[in-house]
Ligand binder design. Structure first.
Ligand code: NAP
Length: 283
């Protein structure tokens, strides 16, 4: 990639940002399509967030990804927020054409799941009620899930998220329960989405949220954890004959959707996936 006078800049704002996988993933995509773009990471202190957005606007930056801790705070500095991002209450992508915020995390997860199972009319169990669960749950509702059961260690948080999703009007059947009851909820489930950090490196031998005995062959199991690639939960899913969906696919498709928003072009997902795997040292 050659940086020229005409090169368009997109990037990431967060704090910290130095371990992000997004620069190699997006720059590989721009290289592949021979596009005159470069993606850079900017470490922005929380107190400088407004200045960073105004500065980016005046520097003619084309787009940002937004990561921790700015995903909620940045919304007040934007002109427009996409409808689902507004329900979620967080954005991870900014398009400077119209200073509009989007949340592509949830889109990334549903696209990953839809590679192996459609979501429409399915009964979905979501484990966890944090940021990732919130982004994914609203998109599962938008993509036509029949029912959503949100399970969490702190049940109040699961109930609060379930109420928000229900109030969105995107889905009628939303429930909440303790994650300790997961086995009983999996009997009638079509899709299990795990948004807890259980099994994440270095705790790769954590006890999974569910075991093969709790699963069935028609179940699709998505784990948001992407390191390791095959988590302790996905190993149980494979043992049960269920269909595994890997966390790296969510990273990939959230990036692909941001790429499309900024450039108007379909992202070269195979190239991006290879760059991600190389960066993560996955096979
Ligand atoms: P978060 O906001 O901190 O939420 C974490 C959730 O996991 C909470 O509901 C928490 O329950 C639950 N939890 C944590 N430890 C637990 C344990 N030992 N047992 C049972 N439940 C536990 O975190 P997040 O931002 O949603 O991220 C969650 C995971 O998703 C992380 O591993 C992250 O790497 C992954 N993620 C992946 C992608 C991707 O692109 N693949 C994107 C975003 C996030 P309590 O409320 O009871 O504490």
């Amino acid at each position: 990639m050659k940086i020229k006078g005409s090169t368009n800049i997109v990037g990431l704002i967060g704090h910290p940002v130095e371990h992000s996988f997004s620069p190699p993933m997006h720059n590989a995509a721009f290289n592949e399509l021979e596009m005159d773009y470069a993606y850079v990471a900017f470490d922005v202190n929380p107190q400088d967030l407004q200045l960073a957005i105004e500065g980016a606007k005046s520097l003619n930056i084309k787009g940002f990804n937004v990561t921790i801790p700015h995903k909620i705070e940045v919304m007040q500095f934007l002109d427009e927020i996409d409808e689902v991002a507004s329900l979620i209450g967080a954005v991870n992508t900014i398009d400077f054409k119209n200073l509009k915020g989007y949340n592509t995390d949830g889109i990334g997860a549903v696209r990953a799941i839809e590679e192996v199972s459609s979501i429409k009319n399915k009964n979905v169990v979501v484990a966890g009620a944090g940021g990732a669960s919130r982004a994914i749950s609203f998109y599962l509702a938008k993509y036509g899930a029949e029912s959503l059961t949100i399970l969490n260690r702190n049940v109040d948080k699961a109930q609060s998220l379930a109420a928000d999703v229900s109030n969105s009007g995107l889905i009628d059947d939303v429930d909440a329960d303790s994650i300790s009851q997961i086995a009983s909820h999996l009997t009638d489930a079509d899709i299990l989405v795990d948004t807890t950090p259980i099994g994440m490196h270095p705790n790769i031998n954590d006890e999974p949220i569910a075991f093969a005995e709790d699963m069935h062959e028609d179940l699709t199991v998505f784990d948001a954890v992407y390191n390791p690639n095959e988590t302790v939960l996905l190993r149980q899913a494979i043992k049960a004959g269920a269909k595994p969906v890997y966390g790296i696919k969510m990273l990939l498709y959230q990036g692909a959707e941001s790429f499309r928003i900024w450039t108007g072009r379909d992202a070269p997902v195979e190239t991006m996936e290879k760059a991600l795997k190389d960066t993560l040292n996955l096979e």
